[in-house]
Ligand binder design. Structure first.
Ligand SMILES: Nc1ncnc2c1ncn2[C@@H]1O[C@H](COP(=O)(O)OP(=O)(O)OP(=O)(O)O)[C@@H](O)[C@H]1O
Ligand SMILES: [Mg+2]
Length: 501
């Protein structure tokens, strides 16, 4: 049997193998620190010819770092067997200074004989690079972390390494909840993360490694869908492999709000334009009709006066005069609408105006089965306006509500004050059938009515709308309780007034 190689045989085999290694290797006695053997790389590194190395104290080339090596060897010797390996980095006072990583292994040759094998690796450059990288990373973090623009940095697998202030504010997570714990994929709705990675790797979205703009939905901590616009950069390590991502996020919600408002203003402009042309047309027509109508009323009235009470034509004549009077009323409202005169304005108590309207209307037959709930706010600030015009607006709205409920239901009157919006308002909620969207879109148009001929002219709301515009206010339409409608008449808060009683 060839048997186990002896210790010295083993040593020869190992030293032969290590002789040619690039790394400097040296074997020395742990007690005396005398070198027993070193490879070629060690001689080259220390500048001592190979035949002069054995017998030297291993500390000869270490300068001040020799003491640290001593302590390390001491530590290694006192450890229980099985923990025979220790790494340390020594600063060697060569010129220029080098950082040498020393791996020490205590080799137990027998119960008494031990050797220390030391592998020496020059890590000066590696350490320098790492320090530079760490400094760069620290710099970037200090710049990105407090930024208001949301920025998310991840490692190659998508795990979050930086979740800056902007990102925290946008998505509502704290740094502790996210960094090192969550993956960026978890924030995307659906499979968007996959799409973002694919696009950023492809060349046709701003160049490989860069995604120039992508619309996505992120999910916040409160499970809200946040529409965002993303720009993403892939990060690459020195080996050319992907090492992470940096994503810049823009919250698109304010943009959506601006677009919505723009659309609203556009609609208002179209409406105002339509009203202006209709106003001119109405003024022209009313003016032309007013004179002949005056003639009809005058001569009709004269004829009626001359007729005997027993005359069978009297009833017809009476009807002609009545209808002509109705026409005159319509023409007058048309002229009102067309002229849009700014009337004398004074402080007006809106609650009192509502009460006066209700007192006038309440007696009408159609109101008998309508329950009126009065929920007007106390201490409502006075507004500035023309009292009779304001009452005209309220009357139109209340009449419409009662018409819609066909005389049966509940009308709730509310008023209030919105300090933040600087508004004072009165609202009228009915339990009628409500309005389908196509009707709601047209109610402020002059002559738009869904009522049968003779029952409505379609001028009530368009007049009211104009009156409110002259008061720098507004009429808003919303759903009421139980499927009905709510009309809210809004006035600007007069200067010097406030919601406080
Ligand atoms: N409270 C309401 N519930 C349901 N529909 C309503 C309500 N208020 C108004 N409308 C709708 O709006 C239309 C226009 O109202 P507007 O007051 O301008 O004209 P009108 O009531 O039809 O006629 P006029 O007021 O000139 O006699 C109505 O015909 C009706 O279809
Ligand atoms: Mg009406």
């Amino acid at each position: 049997m060839a048997g186990r190689p002896t210790d010295s045989q083993l040593l020869r085999i190992l030293t032969a193998a290590l002789e040619e290694a690039d790394q400097a290797v040296v074997l020395f006695a742990p007690s005396t620190r005398r070198i027993r053997w070193a490879n070629r790389a060690f001689s080259a590194w220390t500048g001592v010819p190979p035949d002069q190395v054995p017998g030297q104290d291993v500390r000869f080339c270490l300068g001040d770092a020799g003491a640290r090596l001593d302590r390390a060897v001491q530590k290694l010797r006192s450890r229980p067997s099985g923990r025979d390996h220790l790494d340390l980095v020594l600063e060697i006072p060569l010129r220029p200074r080098r950082d040498i990583e020393v791996s020490l292994i205590l080799v137990r040759l027998s119960e008494k004989r031990r050797l220390v094998a030391a592998y020496l690796t020059d890590v000066t450059d590696r350490a320098g690079r790492q320090a530079a990288l760490a400094a760069e990373t620290r710099f970037l973090r200090s710049v990105l972390a407090p930024a208001l623009q949301p920025i998310i940095v991840t490692d190659a697998r998508g795990r979050i390494t930086l979740f800056n202030r902007g990102a925290r504010e946008l998505l509502g997570f704290s740094e502790d909840e996210v960094v090192g714990r969550k993956y960026i994929q978890e924030f995307y709705e659906g499979n968007a993360a996959h799409e973002v990675m694919n696009r950023s790797r492809a060349a046709d979205h701003g160049g490989a490694g860069f995604l120039d703009g992508y619309e996505a939905i992120l999910i916040s901590r409160a499970r809200e869908r946040v529409p965002v616009w993303l720009t993403m950069h892939l990060l690459y390590g020195e080996d050319g492999q992907e090492s992470g991502t940096v994503t810049f996020v823009r919250d698109m919600r304010p943009m959506a709000e601006v677009e919505r408002r723009l659309e609203e203003v556009q609609m208002q402009l179209i409406h105002a334009d339509k009203m202006a042309s209709l106003g001119k047309l109405a003024a022209g027509v009313a003016h032309e009709i007013n004179n002949p109508l005056g003639g009809i009323l005058l001569f009709g009235g004269l004829l009626l006066e001359d007729m005997d009470f027993s005359d069978p034509r009297r009833e017809d004549m009476d009807r002609i005069v009545q209808e002509a009077r109705r026409c005159k009323e319509i023409v007058n409202s048309l002229l009102d609408f067309a002229h849009q005169r700014r009337r004398y304005q004074e402080p007006v108590d809106l609650n009192a105006a509502v009460d006066q309207c209700m007192a006038l209307l309440g007696g009408k037959a159609l109101f008998h089965n309508v329950e009126v709930e009065r929920a007007l706010a106390d201490n409502l600030p006075l507004v500035v306006g023309n009292p009779s015009q304001i009452k005209q607006v309220f009357t139109n709205i209340v009449t419409n509500a009662v018409d819609a409920m066909e005389g049966e239901g509940r009308l709730v009157l509310r008023s209030g004050c919105d300090a933040s919006g600087g508004e004072v308002w009165v609202s009228f909620t009915d339990t009628g059938p409500g309005m389908p969207p196509p009707v709601r879109a047209r109610i402020f148009e002059p002559f738009f009515t869904t009522k049968e001929p003779g029952r409505g002219t379609g001028l009530g709301l368009s007049l009211s709308y104009n009156i409110m515009r002259m008061h720098r206010g507004d009429i808003r339409v919303g759903d009421g309780a139980e499927g009905g409608t709510t009309f809210t008449v809004v006035f600007p808060m007069p200067e010097g007034e406030s919601c406080e009683p």
